[in-house]
Design a protein around this ligand. Structure first.
Ligand code: ADE
Length: 343
């Protein structure tokens, strides 16, 4: 693409963004000089949560922790509680850890400073340095990959190719607006299955559109295998007052939840054995099966058989504890069962 074409394309995309960019709460403040705290919370939230669902969490989080000092001083349980239901809880743990660093050292003053914070990868560091420091850093994610693959009719865009194209197109005069313009284009016009080429400000330059097969770019990737994870869980007490354990490491680390024991469904008798092992550990006496709950994540499907049990340690108040969505589903199952027994 010639320098003149690049200049025209930038003007067209930014004019479209100025007219039709999404009005989102984290987009307040001067262009290139956004409030770093609000921008950072939003970008971490949007790493794995879609804009529509993220709006409520963004609002609640900022109400609970209006400043980075408030976040740094809060107990981790309160931070996880504000994140409850949003998933990918490492984000909340990292926000809390990074807040301690920022409260001491101040907000980063360059891309490298953002990248050094826990929970901030290249995409988020590029977004934040462009939005808060006006640095010319181009974001690169699945949306950007799709937009650029179509623009150049490239069926197999490698990460290196995408970054080089993104860097070449980024408007250095308005890097933050440019990045958000590409995000909005990918989310609203250049969508995966039904791109609206007629409404696209890039269509005059788009080789994908010219091919009449824009969805052929990029070529679809093989779907990752979804792993099935099974466990038994026990409810001791009531859906309001139950025995809870704090989860360690991994996806749900720091959250509280029903005691569980994973098992391999390919092994005969493994489920019954897992229930016996779990109850021996607590110790508790297993009761009836209350039902099954499932939760789908990007690469995993978790399935629990939830049993009632008696004995075990003291039940605690469920409402105050940060719980995963799966635990809430398990408790609702028990509540539904109790309702049907008593009505
Ligand atoms: N996804 C990631 N960052 C975003 C932003 N700033 N606006 C809209 N969607 C986003």
């Amino acid at each position: 693409m010639s320098a003149d074409q690049t200049a025209d394309l930038r003007t067209a995309l930014l004019a479209w963004f100025d007219r039709q960019g999404r009005d989102l709460p984290w987009r307040q403040g001067p262009e290139g000089r956004r409030d770093p705290y609000r921008a950072w919370v939003a970008e971490v939230l949007l790493q794995q949560t879609q804009v529509a669902r993220g709006l409520g969490y963004y609002h609640n989080f900022l109400t609970a922790f209006p400043s980075v000092q408030d976040l740094a001083a809060a107990p981790l349980d309160d931070v996880l509680k504000a994140w409850e239901g949003c998933g990918y809880y490492a984000r909340a743990r990292n926000l809390h850890r990074a807040a301690q660093v920022i409260a001491q050292q101040g907000f980063p003053e360059a891309y490298g400073g953002w990248l050094a914070l826990p929970g901030v990868g290249p995409y988020t560091a590029a977004a934040l340095s462009s939005l808060t420091l006006n640095e010319a850093c181009a974001v690169n994610d699945g949306n950007v990959r799709r937009v650029l693959a179509r623009l150049h009719a490239e069926p197999q865009p490698t990460p290196r190719w995408v970054q080089a194209q993104a860097d070449a197109l980024l408007d250095p005069a308005r890097p933050g607006a440019w990045n958000e313009a590409v995000m909005d284009l990918g989310a609203t016009i250049c969508t995966p299955k039904s791109p609206q080429c007629g409404a696209c400000p890039l269509s005059p330059w788009c080789a994908g559109r010219a091919s009449a097969q824009p969805t052929a770019y990029p070529a679809p990737k093989a779907r990752p295998v979804v792993q099935e994870v099974r466990a038994v869980a026990v409810l001791i007490g009531t859906p309001q007052q139950a025995v809870l354990e704090q989860r360690a490491g991994g996806l749900l680390g720091g959250l509280w939840g029903l005691p569980t024991q994973p098992y391999d469904p390919a092994r005969p008798g493994a489920q019954a054995q897992a229930l016996r092992d779990l109850c021996a550990r607590l110790p508790a006496t297993p009761g009836p099966l209350l039902g099954e709950v499932t939760h789908a994540m990007t690469h995993r499907r978790v399935i629990w058989q939830v049993y009632a049990a008696t004995g075990g340690p003291h039940p605690t108040d469920v409402r105050g504890a940060p719980l995963s969505r799966l635990d809430h589903k398990a408790l609702s199952l028990a509540q539904a069962r109790a309702d049907s027994l008593f009505t």
